[in-house]
Write a protein that binds this ligand. Structure first.
Ligand code: ZN
Length: 405
């Protein structure tokens, strides 16, 4: 779709309406410092263009219904995609940030490392099917998040060791050429941080914008580990775009475990979903007592992540010990991060926290032991409630944000 180029004033208005979700003209004038006349004129134009809509509230004060301004969901849609090591999630996200349709393609055959879920040409046909279904005229763009090293300046996936077919790929220009819309790519963790800031618990930190710190860190733990850091409302990427590779921070001394990056003793060698399972299976094989999990492995040859979670909740000695060691290692790295960045909030997400949310209290206790006490003052620590949707919405937000950036 052809997008209009807006003036800085209009962009400022769009941003505030977007981040507040519902705001009156009067509050908008106050928040922007613009005159009421300027606000009224710009809003009329933006409503005419379909960017903003007027909504009525049910709260009536003396019979008058104040009119609120909100992002118009029908303005257009974005295709949000998250390319992970075990699954690729994609969805149609409307302009207000609601997911209209989503699908997830899972590596059911556990194709190993690197996994082969969908190669790039297969991904293209999935995107084409979605674009065809919803129509090119309302497509605002495509936002991609991927588990790997991304150079945001060149919009290239530099290194993607976990998934076959995405290494050294100029993904944005390839998709842009095919679909004739803006395409943006970044790491999954940064996209999840964006999703959290706009639609998760982080949303609160943006309201009202004048006192919002815009500081948020999203740690994703699944088949890999990474952090998305937002400072002053902006994603922090580092000079070449590779900041946030928390998975390759060393967590263990002495032991020499080779990581997928080629170095030794990185936290990713111990605390990803498959590594935790490997560690637990190893411990169970050595365990001589009775364990339901051990019996399950002997009978069916395998255990699932659900089995592992159930075993911990039932107090299985080996499982409890294994998770204890996992949390200890993870907390070392998280404490290093907290001591370095002193974030306002540390949001935890990804498959590990979706699957094993019970680790949070133990992790909190470990952080209290390991962090400098003042670094934890007032920190908002919690597990993201957005789950898979956060990755899809966050990837799409890369495009939506360009409306005011
Ligand atoms: Zn590494």
């Amino acid at each position: 779709m052809n997008r209009k180029e807006y003036t800085d004033t209009s962009k400022q208005i769009i941003e505030i309406v977007y981040t507040r979700r519902q705001i009156t003209r009067k509050d908008l004038a106050e928040a922007t410092g613009l005159s009421s006349l300027t606000v009224v004129k710009n809003i009329a134009a933006l409503i005419g263009d379909g960017v903003i809509e007027e909504t009525e509230t049910l709260n009536t004060i003396k019979g008058r219904k104040p009119l609120f301004l909100s992002p118009n969901p029908d303005y257009g849609y974005v295709i949000g995609i998250d390319v992970g090591s075990y699954s690729i999630k994609m969805g149609i996200v409307d302009f207000s940030g609601r997911i209209i349709e989503k699908k997830e393609v899972i590596d059911e055959f556990n194709s190993g490392f690197p996994s082969s879920i969908l190669d790039f040409s297969e991904l293209r046909s999935h995107i084409a099917a979605l674009a065809d279904k919803y129509g090119a005229e309302k497509l605002l763009g495509i936002g991609v998040g991927i588990t790997g090293l991304v150079n945001n300046n060149t919009q290239t996936i530099v290194f993607c060791p976990n998934i076959r077919g995405y290494n050294n790929l100029a993904i944005s220009s390839a998709l842009q050429e095919q679909f004739k819309v803006p395409v943006l790519v970044d790491t999954s963790a940064r996209c999840m941080a964006l999703g959290e800031m706009f639609f998760g618990g982080g949303e609160r930190r943006r309201q009202p914008p004048d006192d919002a710190s815009g500081e948020l860190s999203f740690v994703s733990v699944g088949h890999s580990i990474a952090v998305g850091t937002i400072i002053g409302g902006k994603i922090f990427r580092g000079v070449n775009g590779f900041a946030g590779e928390l998975g390759h921070v060393k967590a263990v001394m002495g032991e020499q475990k080779v990581c997928t990056c080629g170095s030794y003793n990185c936290i990713e060698g111990y605390v990803t979903l498959p590594e935790i399972k490997n560690a637990l299976v190893g411990k169970l094989n050595e365990f001589r007592g009775y364990s339901l999990l051990k019996e399950k492995i002997e009978n069916s040859g395998d255990i699932s992540y659900e089995d592992m979670a159930n075993a911990v909740s039932m107090g299985d000695k080996v499982a409890v010990e294994c998770f204890g060691e996992t949390i200890e290692k993870l907390s070392i790295v998280l404490a290093d991060y907290v001591n370095l960045f002193n974030p306002a909030s540390l949001v935890l997400g990804g498959g590990f926290f979706d699957m094993f949310p019970f680790v949070l209290p133990e992790l909190e206790r470990e952080l209290q032991k390991q962090c400098l006490t003042p670094s934890l003052w007032g920190i908002k620590l919690g597990i993201s409630e957005l789950s898979v949707d956060g990755a899809i919405k966050g990837s799409a937000m890369q495009i939506i944000q360009t409306m005011w950036e």
